[in-house]
Design a protein around this ligand. Structure first.
Ligand SMILES: [Zn+2]
Length: 249
């Protein structure tokens, strides 16, 4: 599932192809994502110029003069740069055409979002109540301490609560708790993904998400990279929590 680092890498990968470009065409082959894609999306978008591409949590905002196109990659979405007219494959639901290039959304599980918001996208109901950015200036040990007061939840649930801090899913919550360092883990993941930027420019192929070298996530029974003890796994609801019982108190 794309988490904050993957979305940020996507933003960096596609940014050079969309900034300052005018949308010349929109193709929607399947409107049934997590929220239905508006019927009039093409008539809203065609002719608009993308001024900025902003990430807020796991949302990508294509800021235009009149408002913003809001895109969320859901559980399985990916965006890539293609040549217009490239034959769509199954799950290639949306194309945004910018003259001689196009951006294609593939989303097999269809939990993604493609919406338009007039004016300030940050006021859209999906974004208005989002918590702080984990790589922003407001996220600090003091912030996390204050946010944890009066809440009877585990630290992992707190980190994964998008109303407190955005963009941390199960993978990076596990990794951050092992290292006791959210920002370091996210920054390292983004740095690791930097080498995959070129993967966003190809007409075919699997999603360009980089392979990661996890410390605990998905490593049940494998030796801890620090102390060698077997990584343990416990299930809370649908989520698996991976941890080293020796290194993590
Ligand atoms: Zn250990």
């Amino acid at each position: 599932m794309p988490e904050l680092p993957e979305v940020e890498i996507t933003r960096r990968g596609i940014e050079p192809f969309v900034i300052g470009k005018t949308i010349t065409g929109v193709a929607v082959r399947n409107r049934d994502l997590r929220q239905r894609i508006p019927r009039n999306l093409a008539s809203i978008l065609v002719g608009q110029r993308v001024k900025r591409l902003v990430r807020r949590g796991k949302y990508l905002l294509f800021e235009c003069d009149a408002g913003s196109l809001i895109v969320h990659l859901g559980m399985s979405g990916s965006l890539r740069v293609i040549e217009p007219g490239t034959l769509p494959r199954e799950h290639d639901h949306v194309d945004l055409v910018f003259g001689g290039t196009a951006l294609r959304l593939r989303d097999p599980r269809r939990f993604g979002v493609v919406l338009w918001k007039d004016g300030d996208a940050f006021r859209h109901p999906l974004l208005a109540r989002l918590g702080v950015e984990p790589l922003g200036e407001h996220f600090s040990p003091e912030f996390l301490y204050r946010a944890s007061r009066g809440r009877g939840v585990g630290i992992k649930q707190l980190l994964m609560n998008a109303n407190v801090v955005v963009g941390i899913g199960n993978i990076y919550a596990n990794e951050s708790l092992f290292k006791a360092a959210v920002r370091d883990v996210l920054a390292a993941a983004i740095a690791a993904g930097g080498s995959s930027l070129r993967d966003f420019v190809q007409s075919d192929g699997s999603p360009g998400y980089f392979q990661q070298h996890y410390c605990v996530y998905d490593r049940a029974a494998l030796p801890c990279r620090v102390c060698g003890a077997a990584i343990r796994v416990s299930r809370m609801g649908q989520r698996s929590s991976f941890y080293c019982a020796t290194c993590q108190k």
